[in-house]
Design a protein around this ligand. Structure first.
Ligand code: 7TS
Length: 416
């Protein structure tokens, strides 16, 4: 039976901010446990975008009329909100991009042009999302550089001794995820960054899964690049952030050419704009940026400490409930974990394919993700083709976990 969370966190009131959470799916109340994939949006974000289109819509940085000035001011205010949210030193260190994937590609291309040469080494880990693998492979192919991979132990933690061994004078860049989208592991990024810096390498942290769950301080971490997607942190899709230290961004060549990123253009010679604009060619995703600002302010109003505590409670509750159910193998048992649980389910007659589990749960209104979660090398490491994954947000409840567990019990009966 469910016992109320002992934490002072008014989840029921917060849930009312998310219109979609009162929807029904297949006639059942929606239980949304696919937050690692994308998060739901609070009315504060939806209404901000609505207001933008009703009263402010205009292009930015290029008009002196009233609306253009309003839209530009709102966009630049959102940039400062992002700056404060991750404690960047300056707002010009915040580059708006489409998402984590584009941010990593930008760095792989642009930093790659600046500083990667034949024989240089780039270090990633075995738990990276494909978007923190493939751009580096492409860069290595272009520059004849070498990709090195930090292995993961049976609990889904990075092998830090191996990491230290991989760092050499040839290491130019380390690209590592803060939190694994598949295992939930929280990596020791501060230590990873310090060790890389001792070798003179720069570090990109993939924060796609961390910004919704824990307070990020890029200056305390001393991260050179920190990237994340808006849509996983309650903001719209199509907007994301590349944080980079000003010195690095200033030295890097632009990624895209076009409007807004120039200072002057003639057919003979073009000079580039200052950062951040040098990396923001073309009309930006204005409503996305303003929506992102609203989302981060919303998160601030709840507080990441409170969010973290509630999610930690849910993670413990869900882990215990899965163990009690039986026939469950949890993949990812790191000591430091965020609210992501990957698992394999078995019935009396053996393993049940995650896709079957996902389909049956969907019929019960429960949304989880099944598949390789864009981490195929990690699936290979754990010897599974796919997993079931429940990824929790602060608006999830113990009751929803109970619903998932009951649905998993049904699956086991069907496969008995
Ligand atoms: N890095 C990590 C750690 C991620 O979890 C994801 C998306 C990305 C990068 C790519 O983000 P995008 O917004 O540019 O697509 N992860 C997932 C997931 O776990 N399920 O669906 C998408």
């Amino acid at each position: 039976m469910t016992t109320a969370s002992t934490l002072d966190f008014d989840v029921e009131t917060l849930r009312k901010d998310f219109p979609i959470l009162s929807e029904k799916v297949h006639g059942k109340p929606l239980v949304y446990l696919d937050n690692g994939n994308t998060s739901q949006k609070p009315r504060q974000v939806i209404e901000t975008i609505d207001r933008y289109y009703r009263a402010m819509n205009s292009n930015v940085h290029r008009g002196n009329h009233f609306l253009s000035q309003q839209a530009t001011a709102a966009l630049e205010a959102a940039r400062r909100t992002v700056q404060t949210f991750i404690n960047a030193a300056e707002d010009r260190e915040i580059i708006f991009v489409r998402g984590t994937t584009e941010a990593i590609n930008l760095v792989a291309f642009s930093f790659g042009e600046l500083d990667i040469r034949e024989g240089d080494e780039i270090v990633i880990s075995a738990m990276e999302h494909h978007s923190n693998i493939v751009p580096w492979q492409m860069l290595c192919a272009r520059k004849k550089a070498v990709l090195q991979v930090v292995p993961v132990n049976d609990d889904g933690e990075l092998e830090m001794d191996e990491y230290e061994n991989l760092l050499t004078d040839r290491t130019k860049l380390v690209a590592i995820t803060h939190i694994s989208n598949t295992l939930g592991t929280i990596n020791p990024v501060k230590r990873i960054i310090d060790l890389a810096h001792e070798r003179g390498a720069v570090v990109l942290v993939d924060g796609a899964q961390s910004v919704p769950h824990l307070a990020v301080d890029v200056r305390a971490l001393d991260a050179d690049f920190y990237v994340f997607s808006g849509h996983k942190v309650f903001a719209p899709t199509g907007i994301g952030v590349l944080y980079g230290k000003a010195k690095l961004l200033e030295a890097m060549p632009p990624y895209h050419g076009g409007g807004a990123m120039i200072s002057s253009v003639t057919f003979e010679k073009t000079t580039y704009n200052e950062i951040p604009f040098k990396f923001e060619a073309g009309t930006p995703h204005v409503e996305g940026i303003i929506g992102l600002g609203a989302a981060l302010e919303y998160v601030n109003s709840i507080g990441l400490d409170a969010i973290g505590e509630h999610e930690h409670d849910l993670l413990g509750y869900a882990t215990e409930a899965l163990e009690t159910l039986g026939g469950v193998r949890i993949i990812g048992t790191a000591r430091e974990k965020a609210s992501v649980i990957s698992f394999m389910l078995s019935g009396a007659s053996g393993a049940i394919h995650p896709h079957d589990v996902g389909t049956i749960l969907d019929n019960e209104g429960v949304a989880i993700r099944t598949g390789h979660h864009c981490t195929q090398p990690l699936m290979k490491r754990f010897g599974v083709p796919a997993t079931c994954r429940a990824s929790l947000a602060f608006y999830n409840t113990r009751e929803e976990i109970d619903t998932m567990i009951r649905a998993l019990g049904k699956v086991q009966k069907m496969f008995a």
